[in-house]
Each structure stands twice: as C-alpha cells, then as structure tokens.
Design a protein around this ligand. Sequence first.
Ligand code: P6P
Length: 332
Amino acid sequence: MPLSMSGMPLTKFLLQEQRKHADSSGSFTSLFSDIIVAAKLISRAVNKAGLIDILGAAGGKNVQGEEVQKLDEFANTAMLHTMELSSFVLGMASEEMDDIVKMGGPHSRGNYLILFDPLDGSSNIDVNISVGTIFSILKTPNGHDGVTEKDFLRPGVEQVCAGYVLYGSSTMFVYTTGNGVHGFTLDPSVGEFLLSHENIRMPERGKIYSINEGNSAYWYDGTAKYIEKLKSNGSGYSARYVGSLVADFHRNLLKGGVFLYPADKKSKKGKLRLLYEANPLSFIVEQAGGMSSTGDNRVMEIVPEELHQRVPLIIGSKADVQEAVGCWRAAQ
Ligand code: P6P
C-alpha cells in the first residue's frame, strides 16, 4: 500500500476498499459508481448553468413547499435515472419527491436504499453560490421482496454509507462507509474524482460559528446564550454563514467550527431534514471525530417517524458542539 494514495481515482479507491472485505460481492462498488456518474452530470450542469437555459425557477413547489429550481429538477432526474440503471437499488427517497420510489423487478439484485437531497441550497443557484448533493445509503432488511416507506425510517446509526458532493470553486466528493472520511476533487480534464483529502479529521475545536442570525428574535435562551458567549470580546470566534448547508458544513469539517440550525420559536422542529441532510452529515462528522446533536439527542439515534421529518441540528467540532449543547440544556 503506497504511503499516500493522493491523486488516486475514486473508482480505484473504492476497489481498494472493497478488497478489504473478502465477502464483498462488488454490488456496493457498482452502486457507488452510479452515484459518481450522477455527481459528474450534476457538476457539469451546475458549472454551465449560466450558459444553458436551466437557471431560475421551474415553476411549482416541492414537498417542502419551496420554489423548485430547474437545476433541482435536473439533479433529481440525474440521481433517479442513474439509480434506475443500478440493479442494486431497491428504493429511493428524495427531498424533491413526496413519496418513495420503488425499484426492483426481474433483474433486481437490490439490497440498498438510497436517500438524497439532489441539490441542497438551490436558492443560491442563480447567484453562483456553492450548492451540494447529499446522500445516505441503507441496506434493506434481508430477504426483502418489496420495499415500503417504513424501510426508510431507520436511525442514522444504520447507515452503511453517507456522502456529499460540493459544487464549489472545485467539485468535491466526500464520503464515509464507517472507515474514516475521504475527499476527492474532480479533475474536469480527466473526468475523474481524484483523492485529495485522505482520512479527514475534524479539529477538536474551531473558531467559526455558522448560524442565521436573522432568526435571533426567535431563538430560545439556550441558543441566545451560546451565541452571545461566542460574540463576547476575546472569544476569537468568527461568523461564517453561506446559507448553503453543504458549503457551511464542508468548511467547518476542514477548518473546525460549529453549524447550528436549532429549534426556535418559528421552527420548533428545526428546518433541516433528518433522513437526507442531518443523518448523512452526522455520520460523516462522527467519523471525522466531530459531534452532531439536536441539543437534546444524538442525531444518529433518532428513530424517524416520517420521510421528510425535520430536526434541529448542532454539528461540528466536538468541543464546540458540547458547549452549544451545554448551553441548550442549561436553559431547559
Ligand atoms: P436559512 C437551503 O435552503 C437550506 O436547506 C440549507 O442548505 C441551508 O443550510 C439552510 O436551508 C439555510 O436556511 O433559513 O438560513 O436561509
């Protein structure tokens, strides 16, 4: 094994990882390769959005009641179509669709479920701010011959894989299967994601906090007291908030810091979705040495009750999240 595998293509890295599991059938590697294709298709569309007439709203609203952007639809379609070609997916759930999509059929060897937000932060598309795709993969219960929504309502600790694609100044693919967190950067000239951030570790404590201060009028005391503490002179913390979850999360993952979208008097359950936003990012953050909480509970232990369930999210460097949770609980 070379000392550093920097520059290794993601597909080769996956095969290397697969060899560590003697019983591996290669089905996961095949499924993952299909996700990589979708990521490249979305990256190409996002990077050319200004040139091809797919900017702006597509009309209509999604299940979240949010304005659907054309690129949202493109990204959702790209994920659906590439997953349909994969014979290993038994069902899909998307932020853009009310209900699950059942796969399977005579050729299906499916035992995976994939949940995704095809293009998170889409309200930033028209102003050229980074957006992202977030995905989570579960295994169906053994011997399952048909998938129901209930099969998707599993706690985050049952994820077998989680990842995101950040369409920023470069396109990055970051994922975990429970063996650390690894980042790959797309080299458009080669058309491959190349290993650029092997075994990402989140700093124990950061100097960045990310929260929408425009909501401060609605904050509960626990949040207000924590943010006030960070803003007190000499704390050394800086505010950084893009308003695009993947962009804010990725910066804090690499530099350290804490992102908060807490429960408040306006959004009593928080804003972000459990199954395809909070859970996958929580798997990644814990694998990188960080922490993820609702304030009251570890995110990955929540048993979901509905597909598009929202949760409060306090996620990032362990020491920072612990302090935020401490303030939250002291004010209960
Ligand atoms: P607000 C984008 O719409 C999103 O879902 C996340 O990407 C982002 O973190 C959050 O909402 C921003 O919400 O209320 O601060 O605009």
